[in-house]
Design a protein around this ligand. Structure first.
Ligand SMILES: [Zn+2]
Length: 116
């Protein structure tokens, strides 16, 4: 009686393996998309990592708008020293008598620009 059942058992085992062979490719497709999601998660983690050192991608020069006073005769920058300059010039035989003002942009440093 067992000898008659052996071909049937072999047939069932054969069908079982064939079934597994055709089902496996369907199971391997979802992991490929989950790998992409893992990579995206890693990129996001790198961007929001607050412990890393922030490195500027470039520096932009910063200028400060100022009004400067210049002597008309000797062309010296006498900002904040106008009255003293004219007084000492006159006292020492100089010819500095008038002043004009110019609006200028003074370079005060570089501002770092960050990516985020
Ligand atoms: Zn002068």
């Amino acid at each position: 009686m067992y000898k008659k059942m052996i071909p049937a058992i072999l047939l069932l085992l054969f069908l079982f393996f064939i079934g597994n062979l055709y089902e496996k490719p369907k199971e391997t497709t979802p992991p490929s998309t989950s790998k992409k999601e893992n990579i995206e998660e890693m990129d996001t983690k790198i961007e929001i990592d607050s412990t890393r050192e922030r490195i500027p991608i470039q520096y932009v020069p910063v200028y400060e708008h100022q009004v400067h006073a210049y002597c008309d005769q000797c062309k010296a920058d006498i900002t904040g020293n106008v009255q003293a300059h004219l007084y000492y010039s006159k006292a020492n035989g100089g010819n500095c008598t008038s002043v004009h003002y110019e609006e200028i942009d003074i370079y005060v440093g570089d501002e770092p620009i960050y990516l985020d």
